[in-house]
Structures are given as structure tokens and as C-alpha cells.
Design a protein around this ligand. Structure first.
Ligand code: MLT
Length: 246
């Protein structure tokens, strides 16, 4: 029988049921800003990103990772801002080679790291943002089941993630060698991407973009809108995100 690819988009992690991810490739998206930071960090040479759901979990994971002369960096945000005592916040511009090259990072964010927790039952888990959207589409275009998991915003739909998901759906459709079936969420995301161009202005009009502007981090929007700035596809293996292995 001819193989097919089925693509679904979940607009919040709350919609995801473990049973739907069995055997699937999950693509986690949090454009503003967790997966933009993760793609940037792995592209600039971070050894690994350990996503943690809470600040307490991040602190305890850091303790297990620290070794002589090798301290894991704590990064992430609450209310958009760097958490007290953390090394880095959640702006992609902070994740330079000088800051994170060769280091392990423990990251906790309000929505993004929860989406990775929801995606754990999938067969493989990829991190995507506008930064690597085309490379991700290329990597999943022949998979039997692709589940795009948007981080959303505190349990609600977030336009920035949905538009990125839609661009990935469109790129899969353009590249697929096998027939593609789109579930309803994927159809909706595809159609949204047709009417929303990727730009800092589009991001500024979203609730997540407004929240960043309000805390003085509006300059992140132009960076997060830079499509296809990287080819790397961070992958999560047993709760640890790294560059693809092998
Ligand atoms: C999140 O995971 O909620 C975000 O990435 C939020 C942010 O960066 O401000």
C-alpha cells in the first residue's frame, strides 16, 4: 500500500493526548520564545538543553548535571523576564556561542517547556520556530504521522505559534513525495499562514508579542521573525534536547 503522511496541529499542549502521539514525530513550537532560544542555542554550540516545567525542577536538574569545572547554566523566564538567580533569560540574542558554546542548559519557561513535556510520548520530538521551519518540514515530510504541538499562551491559542505551524504544513505539502492528509488543525494552520506574513509587525500584534513589548523586550520580535536563519533541528532524546545524533 502507498505510504501516506498525516499531519495534525495541536494549538495548545492541553489538547494533546499521549495516545495520539504514539509512533508520531512531534514538532514543538514556541516562537515567542522558548523554541527560538533552543534552536539558537543548539546552533551556536550548546551541548544540550534540559527542559524543566518548574523553577524547582530546573534547580534540581542543574544539581544532577553539575560536575567539577562543568556547571550547567540556568535559563528561562517567568512573566517574560529572567528568573532571579538564573544565568540567562529567554531572549534568543542571549544564546551566543560565547555564552552557551559547549555548555549544558537547563531551561524553564511558562509555556514552551510544558509543550515538550506534552510531546514526550512521541517517537521523536523536534524543536521548531521560524528560525528552522523549512529544515523541519524537510525532515518530517516522509513521516507517517506528524503532530505539531504549539506551546500556546497559558492554555490558549497563540497566533505566532499557529502561523509557524502553518508554514511548516505548507512546506511539507510542497515537498512531500507521498500523499499528505491534513487533520482539521493542520488545515486551519495552513490557511492562517497564507494570510499572515512572518514579520516583527505580525508578532507585535499577537498577545505573546504584546506581553514582551510591555516588559521592554520588544526587540526580540524582529529576531524571532527571521525565517530560516538556521538549518539545525534540535531533537529531544529521553528529555534532553541536543543536535541530531548520528
Ligand atoms: C514561554 O515558554 O512561555 C515563552 O517562551 C515566554 C517568553 O519567552 O516570554
Amino acid at each position: 500500500m502507498r505510504r501516506r503522511t498525516r499531519v495534525e496541529v495541536y494549538f495548545t499542549p492541553e489538547e494533546v493526548r499521549a495516545v495520539d502521539l504514539a509512533g508520531a514525530t512531534a514538532v514543538v513550537i514556541d516562537v515567542l520564545r522558548a523554541t527560538s532560544c533552543i534552536v539558537e542555542a543548539i546552533a551556536t554550540g550548546a551541548r544540550a538543553v534540559h527542559p524543566a516545567v518548574s523553577v524547582e525542577e530546573a534547580a534540581s536538574v542543574q544539581v544532577t548535571l553539575n560536575g567539577p569545572g562543568d556547571r550547567a547554566l540556568l535559563c528561562g523566564e517567568r512573566g517574560g523576564l529572567r528568573i532571579d538567580g538564573f544565568d540567562l533569560g529567554n531572549s534568543p540574542a542571549e544564546f551566543t556561542a560565547a555564552a552557551v558554546g559547549g555548555r549544558r542548559l537547563v531551561m524553564t519557561t511558562t509555556n514552551g517547556t510544558r509543550a515538550f513535556a506534552a510531546a514526550r510520548p512521541a517517537e521523536r520530538v523536534l524543536a521548531a520556530s521560524f528560525f528552522n521551519q523549512t529544515a523541519v518540514a524537510e525532515a518530517v515530510r516522509e513521516d507517517a504521522a506528524v503532530a505539531i504541538v504549539c506551546a500556546g499562551k497559558e492554555g490558549r491559542f497563540s497566533l505566532d505559534d499557529a502561523v509557524c505551524a502553518g508554514h511548516i504544513v505548507r512546506a511539507v505539502l510542497e515537498r512531500a513525495a507521498t500523499p499528505v492528509t491534513l487533520a482539521d488543525g493542520a488545515v486551519a494552520a495552513r490557511d492562517l499562514a497564507a494570510v499572515h506574513e512572518v514579520s516583527a509587525d505580525m508578532l507585535a500584534g499577537t498577545a505573546a508579542g504584546q506581553a514582551l513589548i510591555e516588559v521592554g523586550l520588544g526587540s526580540d520580535l524582529a529576531l524571532c521573525a527571521r525565517a530560516d536563519r538556521h538549518q539545525i533541528i534540535p531533537m529531544m532524546y529521553d528529555r534532553v534536547i541536543t543536535a541530531p545524533r548520528g
